[in-house]
Design a protein around this ligand. Structure first.
Ligand SMILES: [Zn+2]
Length: 83
């Protein structure tokens, strides 16, 4: 089947894509950006699952480098617990 135009479906908006390359997964740059964004977050989640120790270490460093962020996060969490 090499050389045929592949009927692909855009992974984001489900539109049909007529493309000679079956590596294409989205219909255009807008959907491509969205796809990358989703794929990246999925990849990060998977990576964290497979690297729990590294994730812990990363979170620890992140908290040290962003003390305000974790402070705000904890405050938000406490508020949620109250409500
Ligand atoms: Zn699309």
């Amino acid at each position: 089947m090499v050389g045929f135009v592949c009927d692909m479906i855009c992974k984001i908006c489900n539109k049909e894509i007529k493309s000679k390359s079956n590596r294409r997964k989205t219909c255009g740059s807008k959907c491509s950006k969205e796809y990358n964004r989703r794929y990246r977050s999925e990849y990060i989640l998977l990576w964290r699952k497979n690297n729990p120790e590294k994730t812990k270490e990363y979170n620890r460093k992140f908290r040290i480098n962003n003390p305000e962020y974790s402070k705000n996060y904890m405050e938000k969490k406490n508020e949620q617990n109250k409500a």
